[in-house]
Write a protein that binds this ligand. Sequence first.
Ligand code: NAD
Length: 350
Amino acid sequence: MKVAVLAGDGIGAEIIAQATRVIRKLGVSLEMQEAPVGGAGYEAAGDPLPAATLKLAKEADAVLFGAVGDPRYDTLERAKRPEQAILGLRKELGLFANLRPAQVHAELAGASALKAEIVAGLDILIVRELTGDIYFGQPRGIREVGGTREGFDTMRYSEPEIRRIARVAFEAARKRAKRVCSVDKANVLETSQLWREVVSDESKNYKDVELSHMYVDNCAMQLVRAPKQFDVIVTGNLFGDILSDEASMLTGSIGMLPSASLDERGKGLYEPIHGSAPDIAGKGIANPLAAILSAAMMLRYSLRAPEAAVRVEKAVAKVLQSGLRTADICTPGTRKVGTQEMGNAVVAAL
Ligand code: NAD
């Protein structure tokens, strides 16, 4: 099997280097091929998603992605900005379903911004639609109306798009606590009214799964008030973007959370949910565990190596139990280590 390794910008290269070391240590037979993306793609080929990188990603069985983005490129026209690469890959590879688990490792309950008892044992899965919504809707732009500039975007979801993401959520719930909470803003948005109608209709095919609905503003509140009430949350692209970052803080660090973006056949792009963290790039202090856990998800969902995935997850748990922490999750009584040393520890645990 073949993995396209796209490290990207900022801390991307630092954390992906540790994830690929971990994969090599497993001794799984697979080919890993690297290519530039994001700002690195722009430097190499004048395009955040160079044609050769896209070709490699399309041919591969899975893509291991670091992060893209750098303030140096913020003044470029939109199409050339690093962040366009990830939007382009999602679209080109048909990655419509984003799975973001948020689990709290017992050892890290104290690192959460919330009280330990509110988050201890937390295990939620956010299923976010990725290829539709206001991020892709047309028309969009900045125009002049009566001598004043206005910006506009279009929120749009078709019935088949809603139906297929609902199915992913119901299927995932069947393997968990069998509860789906669909999040929308149906009291204000037409798009959400259709979303609610279609998700409710699709739930008739999943009578064993309990469906509830919640407005996004309430969900944002419930996630910090009583997050353990949720099992699977399914929502659109925009709301999912925000809620999954909020959920990440329940776990103590954005540096701990992996994600998978899947197409209809199980091919996927695997990436930590954090960005390129320009504020700490090059300092050797980034947490590589989200990238390493993303590699574990890749082994499970796309590379048909579930035992290897479990080995990686157990190795990470063992390292946390031993008291090693990167700066972002460090609490009194634990030992602070850098990116490389954390990678070394996971490799040693394997
Ligand atoms: P960010 O996730 O890069 O950083 C947010 C905060 O979390 C920063 O303080 C950072 O230091 C910290 N952080 C993130 N990952 C960490 C890790 N592994 N270990 C320790 N600390 C970590 O988000 P941002 O600052 O809003 O964005 C920075 C750049 O990343 C922007 O250019 C943005 O567009 C881009 N971005 C890219 C992706 C992606 O590639 N999928 C996602 C989000 C943001």
